[in-house]
Design a protein around this ligand. Structure first.
Ligand code: ZDP
Length: 282
């Protein structure tokens, strides 16, 4: 099976053109191919598919390294947009891509005809606790509520970008024990579909330092939906402006929460690294 390795700020993906490749057992394939020693290695398997309705251009499916299928992925959709453009699978600079989180609209940004970045309309954040989903409280939104984990209390703000995010503000993002606390919250019984967990240090009203523990993937160098969720959480807690730079281990993302249409706009890079053939195990 042919594949292409790409990344968005070090959040790396194995891209497979499913127009050409017939694939079974996607969960098993994701586990095998994402394994960094026995497989190609990546934070996810991404399928490029035809859209299911005429008003859209393509469909994206993504699988985590544990085989689970999340609804959306911010860094992967930027890689997707560059992949289809570089292969002239479209001549549009702005495309409508179907995901389990709805239609997402990336737009390529060129400078002097050269690819520079992708700006993505990520849609509206979902804030109602039942949409996260979170089983903890009845009330509408969860902003600065307390979650008890192994005797420790954390102030949490919950945001869904189609996939669930639990955002926690900390004094020192770089020094925070992400690998210790992340999995405990990811698998907390109050999150029926588990959750991604972001640890955010507010540097100032325009800059956030983010570290992430991803659902089904663990620590990654960047998370696009997580950066969007963290910006929303910072704004809801009156800690930042509506346009912020989110600093991640793998680099920076620019996030804007529009007052006009309530949509999040994420801007960042996408890069192709190599291609090859993967021998699918029988
Ligand atoms: O929601 C999840 O299970 C995530 N692990 C999906 C991947 C999210 C991603 N890191 C992103 O950029 O949004 C790819």
């Amino acid at each position: 099976m042919k594949f292409t390795k790409m990344h968005g700020l070090g959040n790396d993906f194995i891209m497979v053109n499913a127009f050409e490749e017939g694939i079974e057992n996607l969960e098993g394939l994701a586990k095998d191919i994402c394994d960094r020693r026995f497989g190609v290695g990546g934070d996810g398997l991404v399928l490029i598919l035809p859209s299911e309705s005429d008003e859209n251009d393509f469909r994206m499916r993504i699988f985590n390294p544990d085989g689970s299928e999340p609804e959306m992925c911010g860094n992967a959709i930027r890689c997707f947009a560059k992949y289809i453009y570089d292969r002239e699978m479209t001549d549009k600079m702005k495309v409508r891509i179907e995901t389990l989180a709805g239609v997402i609209i990336p737009e390529l940004i060129l400078e002097d005809g050269e690819f520079k970045a992708v700006r993505v309309d990520m849609g509206q954040p979902r804030l109602r606790s039942k949409d996260i989903p979170f089983a903890g409280v009845e009330q509408q939104q969860v902003v600065g509520e307390t979650l008890e984990v192994d005797g420790e209390e954390y102030s949490i703000t919950l945001v869904s970008m189609g996939n669930p995010h639990c955002v926690i503000f900390v004094d020192d993002a770089d020094g925070f024990p992400v690998r210790e606390v992340g999995p405990k919250i990811e698998n907390h019984p109050l999150f029926p579909e588990k959750t991604n967990v972001e640890f955010i240090e507010v540097l100032n009203s325009k800059e956030l330092e983010m570290r992430v523990w991803e659902r089904g993937a663990g620590v990654t160098l960047a998370c696009g939906t997580g950066a969007c969720a963290s910006a929303v959480a910072a704004i809801l807690n009156e800690l930042s402006h509506r346009k912020v730079t989110v600093h991640l281990l793998g680099g920076d993302l620019t996030i804007e929460w529009s007052e006009d249409n309530d949509h999040l706009y994420m801007t960042g890079p996408a890069e192709e690294v190599f291609g090859g053939e993967f021998r699918i195990k029988n």
